[in-house]
Design a binder for this molecule. Structure first.
Ligand SMILES: N[C@@H](CCC(=O)N[C@@H](CS)C(=O)NCC(=O)O)C(=O)O
Length: 214
């Protein structure tokens, strides 16, 4: 039995749970982190010295870092299309997977989402929000062009490139700010919503995370 430590509202837990569902894996998820706490115990820190979620346990294997967990699950249980065994076929998917995490998650989640949802308005850093929005205005058209050409972020089929990115899109499309025009990204997001695993694990309300006065 695979065990995932991490609350369902975490944008780093959601890609892991979504992938498990796409792969038809049976998973036990434990509510840890945020209001649930539990990440600062000696036992938890043995699994992840960073005290962060998610942590994955599969038999005697314990790993942290969501991208590493995704790669492990797809290598161990995935079909080739989602994470090819051939290094040349895998490289572009890996590139876009990192692109999404290093750029979209960093700029959108940690600047725009965090400031607008998780920070009281009185403490909001407006310059940070603005710099995040400006970055997102450059990033999303890049994704739009990639999707127009290939259909998915990683290539012609859904792959690991889509998971962290797809999770960010739920927040991107549901918080109120001015978005650039990206028709191909819009239809990609509509296609994601047709997938039951995406609806169940990525489209999770973040209202419980909202700061008082945000
Ligand atoms: N690079 C790590 C980041 C992990 C991370 O920052 N997780 C957040 C939740 S999204 C966390 O543990 N926050 C503290 C908490 O929820 O208690 C990963 O991708 O797994």
């Amino acid at each position: 039995m695979i065990r995932v430590h991490g609350r369902e509202t975490s944008s780093n837990v959601q890609p892991v749970m979504w992938l498990c569902a796409e792969l038809g894996l049976e998973v036990e998820r434990l509510d840890v982190g945020g209001a649930f706490g539990g990440t600062d115990t000696a036992e938890y820190l043995t699994m992840n010295p960073m005290g962060k979620i998610p942590v994955l346990q599969d038999g005697d294997l314990t790993i942290f870092e969501s991208q590493a967990i995704l790669r492990y699950l797809a290598s161990e249980y995935g079909r080739d299309a989602i994470w090819p065994s051939n290094a040349r076929a895998r490289a572009p998917q890996d590139q876009w997977m990192e692109w999404a995490k290093q750029n979209v998650a960093a700029e959108f989640n940690y600047k725009v989402f965090w400031q607008l949802v998780r920070t009281p308005a009185s403490k909001r850093d407006h310059a940070l929000v603005q710099s995040g929005i400006e970055a997102v205005n450059l990033l999303m058209p890049i994704a739009d062009a990639r999707i127009a050409e290939h259909g998915w972020l990683g290539g012609k089929t859904i792959s690991l490139a889509d998971f962290s990115f797809g999770v960010q899109l739920y927040r991107y499309y549901t918080i109120d700010f001015e978005r650039p025009k990206t028709p191909n990204l819009d239809s990609y997001y509509a296609r994601l919503q047709e997938r039951e695993p995406y609806r169940t694990h990525a489209m999770i309300s973040y209202e419980s995370l909202r700061a008082v006065g945000a």
